[in-house]
Design a protein around this ligand. Structure first.
Ligand SMILES: C[S@@+](CC[C@H](N)C(=O)[O-])C[C@H]1O[C@@H](n2cnc3c(N)ncnc32)[C@H](O)[C@@H]1O
Length: 254
């Protein structure tokens, strides 16, 4: 029996996520240029942007520095504590992506490495609906998601990610079950606290979706101008099978 919880529990891993996962360097060198191409050049310089599943807030801060009005939303209280320190002038909301309700104020919504934690197409479509409701007409929604269509060709059944610095280590071992399109991620973290190494373990579940499922979910909710790209074309890890979707909330007065 799997002991995985949903949303994934970051409680004991917040420091490792903050120090080892999305650094300012990765954000500036990889994410901002991709986002510039897919979203930023198409919206105004003062636009309001929502980072859905913002984690520890590095991207929120980089967007704030560039003049955007930024909000981060995440289900993890512990990650948001880091986000508030990393991006002290931005707004943060503790909420589940499946349940949030915000007025239609955002010109852009971005979500990276978050929707893969949703375990079925109904939940994914519910998130699309919430995003749509929170967006201005003509707003752009950009998100990453792993596509079954690509993973089945390339995914090894097991692989791992290891991230280490002097005081933390994070080991994630991914086991893929192709028949269920599910990934079980066994996570082990170590952090040095007052000269003693503390170990934490958990399991996260994630899944992938067919291209047609994602496209029809977006269309059902009302998004238009839907396109998708392979993240490896933006320099991402080739084994991840990750797509980046871009779509628009149409203007009803157009
Ligand atoms: C792999 S991290 C990615 C964080 C950040 N987007 C980045 O790229 O660095 C996944 C994030 O999604 C958040 N998350 C996962 N499921 C969520 C849900 N149902 N509602 C809100 N946040 C969720 C986690 O708390 C975590 O911050």
């Amino acid at each position: 029996m799997s002991l995985a919880t949903y949303p994934p529990n970051y409680e004991s891993f917040a420091r490792m996520q903050n120090e080892l996962k999305t650094s300012d360097q990765v954000t500036v060198e990889f994410i901002i240029p991709a986002l510039e191409q897919l979203m930023l050049r198409h919206i105004s310089k003062e636009a309001r942007i929502l980072d859905l599943g913002c984690g520890t807030g590095q991207l929120v801060q980089q967007l704030h520095i560039r003049g955007y009005q930024t909000t981060g939303l995440d289900a993890s209280k512990e990650l948001l504590e880091y986000a508030r320190k990393n991006a002290p002038e931005s707004e943060f909301i503790l909420s589940d992506v499946r349940e949030f309700e915000l007025p239609p104020i955002f010109d852009g919504v971005f979500s990276k490495d978050v929707l893969l934690f949703l375990l079925n197409i109904e939940e994914l479509t519910a998130v699309f609906q919430n995003v749509y409701a929170a967006m201005q007409d003509n707003g752009l929604f950009v998100f990453t998601i792993p596509l079954t269509d690509w993973l089945h060709e390339i995914a090894p059944p097991i692989f791992d990610h290891v991230n280490v610095n002097d005081e933390c280590a994070l080991i994630e071992i991914f086991y893929y079950k192709p028949e269920e399109r599910m990934w079980e991620i066994k996570v082990t973290g170590f952090e040095l606290i007052e000269n003693i190494w503390k170990r934490s373990d958990t399991t996260w579940l994630r899944r992938d979706f067919f291209l047609t499922e994602v496209q029809s979910g977006l269309e059902k909710v009302g998004f238009t101008d839907i396109s998708h790209y392979n993240l490896k074309d933006f320099g991402a890890d080739e084994s991840a099978g990750m797509a980046c979707f871009v779509c628009r909330k149409p203007s009803l007065t157009r």
